[in-house]
Ligand binder design. Structure first.
Ligand code: URA
Length: 200
């Protein structure tokens, strides 16, 4: 696919997400949040679902968790503007409840198409919802964040060979401060190493 094809397909995808009615979340969302970042990004971050600020602005990770994410990316040698950022679920669950299984299933084809178009070399899965889904798609079992954070898995998703780095959700560190140290260690250590490898 040429760069122009990718852009055209991406615009189509964003239009579909913006008018999506595949699950109940379209009734309560203000703005769907497709994702943002360069279409030739080597690194993709996948979170859980938009929160209140994201729902208001239609952009991913713009609240307090997003500010922490930006700092964590820097620890791994990345600037936010070089990373494509999205979520497993593109619409805010009411009151920020966990996304339900059928909502994730309904939304997953969009994430697969994003991966297919952007072809990242590394996907950073933040939080258990993203980690579980992405690992399962790549054929790896999911056990727990405690045992799998900081690990980097190899696999193929939507026909793209990539690495998947698993870590905690930045929002979790906002209400459980000890997790911040673990997140920082993951970004400064294993994630920074794979980023350096990809950029070399
Ligand atoms: N939490 C997420 O998982 N995604 C966002 O976009 C914001 C907060």
């Amino acid at each position: 696919m040429t760069g122009q094809d990718v852009e055209r397909e991406y615009r189509k995808l964003v239009d579909e997400i913006k008018t999506c009615t595949r699950c109940r979340l379209h009734r309560t969302r203000r703005n769907p949040v497709p994702g943002e970042g360069p279409l030739d990004a080597k690194v993709m971050v996948v979170g859980e679902a938009p929160g209140r600020n994201e729902d208001l602005q239609g952009r991913p990770f713009v609240g307090a968790a997003g500010q922490l994410l930006n700092k964590l990316l820097e620890l791994a040698g990345l600037e936010r503007k070089e990373v494509y950022i999205t979520n497993v679920v593109k619409c805010r669950p009411p009151g920020n409840r966990d996304p339900r299984e059928d909502e994730v299933e309904a939304c997953l084809p969009y994430l697969l198409r994003q991966i297919q178009l952007i072809r990242p070399r590394l996907v950073i899965a933040v939080g258990r919802h993203a980690a579980r889904r992405l690992l399962e798609l790549a054929g790896h079992p999911w056990h727990s964040m405690g045992s799998q954070h900081g690990k980097v898995y190899r696999g193929r998703i939507a026909g793209v060979d990539l690495a998947i780095a698993v870590t905690y959700h930045p929002a979790a560190a906002l209400y459980k401060p000890p997790l911040r140290k673990k997140l920082e260690e993951d970004f400064r250590g294993p994630i920074a190493r794979i980023v350096a490898e990809i950029k070399s």
